[in-house]
Design a protein around this ligand. Structure first.
Ligand code: GDP
Length: 437
């Protein structure tokens, strides 16, 4: 018999209510023993008194509960949800009551979702989407997650699987009946597989979008020491995280800070200025800076010198002239080329944010079409495997080997939705889930 699991599905702070979720074969008998009553009508909120087991009616809480017998529950197993009063002591009461039953234990991270997938109640794409939804901090993150949950990637994956299986069966039929005179010598599946591969390829391109929305756009500061990088960073983040000082080179490491601007995450990196130095710690800072500059979506090249004009800079590099509060002269040289700001007065800082926002909109423009397939890095990696197998199948002559490549492609697709290798794939993913999900 599989363990019955339970967990607090809501946060563990003091609150009006908490939801305790219980799932597994033992749920119904636990409910009866804790309430000393018959099982309530299924899927209907019912008021019950809960007592410690074998305690001569020592009350834990009086609250609503819902009984959801298998298979019509989130996990597909017998489930109960207890809407107890919030707070730690109430939950501790339920915890000790529930763990006093045999085969009952506290759930592992994501274990409810894992059981839901194993029982065919949901697929992995949807479970990941639910997790993203719970963790969403911005409007855009919420939007992607709910769309993925609602239809998202699972639909094209199923369609592609069907196409692969159709090609496989055509080949198998051809192999099986190749001795018989009335079957064609070769089955032409090339067209079908090429179309499929193009669709898969197109979807892979979209992985950047998910990353951009969920991890944020990367904005890296660069510039000479004392240009005011840390000051701008601090002003934007409105937190005194970096060290602001007159001594050059005091920001020895990379400091990261995030903001939510108009529904998008912007991640700022305040870096060590790139200077010649003998100091090992500073050198390490500079090495990290170079790496970050490579990975950056936008580089803010910050200067305090109004005559400064870099000979060349990349498209993703924007010039920012800081300390404009110090001089009221019109900055002829830089006026049109730089964003003029003052970390001290805050002037111009909003312009930086608005320009970054414009850039995000530009980068994400093509995703406004709801037909676009959005996928995370794990899903993209599996799709890349599928694409590779499809390419190999297209290059191959032997039908047996084509069949094998198609099987591999199919396996990659199945891993995306969690149909196979469930334990392997899930272990890693669910470690990032919250307990009650
Ligand atoms: P970083 O080395 O580039 O990170 O520069 P800091 O942010 O540490 O700033 C160096 C010095 O310039 C500090 O004394 C700041 O107070 C000063 N500073 C920074 N921004 C401004 C500004 O907009 N106006 C003025 N007047 N001083 C600034």
């Amino acid at each position: 018999m599989q363990n019955t699991i339970f967990a607090l599905a809501t946060g563990n702070q003091t609150a009006a209510l908490s939801v305790i979720r219980v799932s597994g074969e033992g749920s119904e008998s636990i409910l009866k023993k804790l309430t000393l009553k018959n099982t309530p009508t299924e899927r209907l909120l019912t008021l019950r008194s809960f007592y410690f087991p074998n305690s001569n009616k020592k009350l834990i809480d009086k609250c609503l509960v819902v009984w959801m017998p298998a298979p019509r529950s989130y996990t597909g197993e017998d489930c109960i949800e207890i809407y107890s009063h919030g707070g730690d002591a109430v939950f501790q009461g339920f915890f000790s009551a529930l763990t006093s039953f045999p085969n009952v234990r506290y759930a592992e991270q994501g274990e409810f979702s894992k059981r839901a997938i194993i029982n065919g109640k949901t697929d992995l794409v949807k479970a990941e989407a639910v997790n993203d939804l719970i963790n969403a901090l911005t409007e855009k993150q919420r939007e992607i997650a709910i769309n993925q949950f609602n239809s998202g990637l699972s639909i094209p994956i199923m369609k592609w699987r069907r196409a692969i299986i159709k090609c496989m069966s055509l080949i198998e039929a051809n192999i099986d009946f190749s001795d018989e005179s009335d079957t064609p010598d070769s089955v032409n599946i090339t067209q079908e597989l090429s179309t499929l591969r193009e669709q898969v390829k197109g979807a892979i391109k979209n992985k950047d979008y998910y990353e951009l929305v969920n991890k944020g756009i990367k904005v890296v500061f660069k510039g000479k020491p004392n240009a005011g990088k840390s000051s701008i960073f601090n002003s934007i983040l409105k937190k005194q995280k970096a060290i602001v000082s007159n001594t050059p080179g005091t920001t020895r490491d990379v400091i990261e800070g995030q903001i939510n601007f108009k529904g998008y995450v912007i991640v700022f990196y305040d870096t060590a200025g790139i200077t010649k130095t003998e100091d090992n710690i500073e050198r390490e800072g500079i090495r990290r800076t170079r790496k970050l500059l490579k990975e950056a979506d936008i580089i803010l090249n910050i200067t305090e010198d109004e005559n400064y004009l870099p000979k060349s800079y990349s498209k993703k590099e924007w010039l920012v002239l800081n300390k404009i509060d110090k001089s009221k002269k019109i900055k002829k040289n830089l006026d049109s080329k730089a964003i003029l700001v003052s970390a001290k007065t805050g002037e111009g800082l909003k312009d930086i944010l608005l320009k970054i926002h414009k850039e995000i909109i530009k980068k994400t423009k093509r995703f406004n079409d709801p037909k676009n397939i959005i996928l995370n890095l794990r899903q993209a990696k599996e799709l890349e495997e599928a694409e590779l197998s499809l390419t190999k199948a297209l290059e191959e002559k032997s039908e047996e080997i084509i069949s094998e490549h198609l099987r591999q492609a199919n396996r990659s697709l199945e891993r995306i939705i969690g149909n196979i290798d469930v334990e392997d794939v899930l272990g890693n993913i669910f470690s990032k889930f919250c307990i009650g999900k």
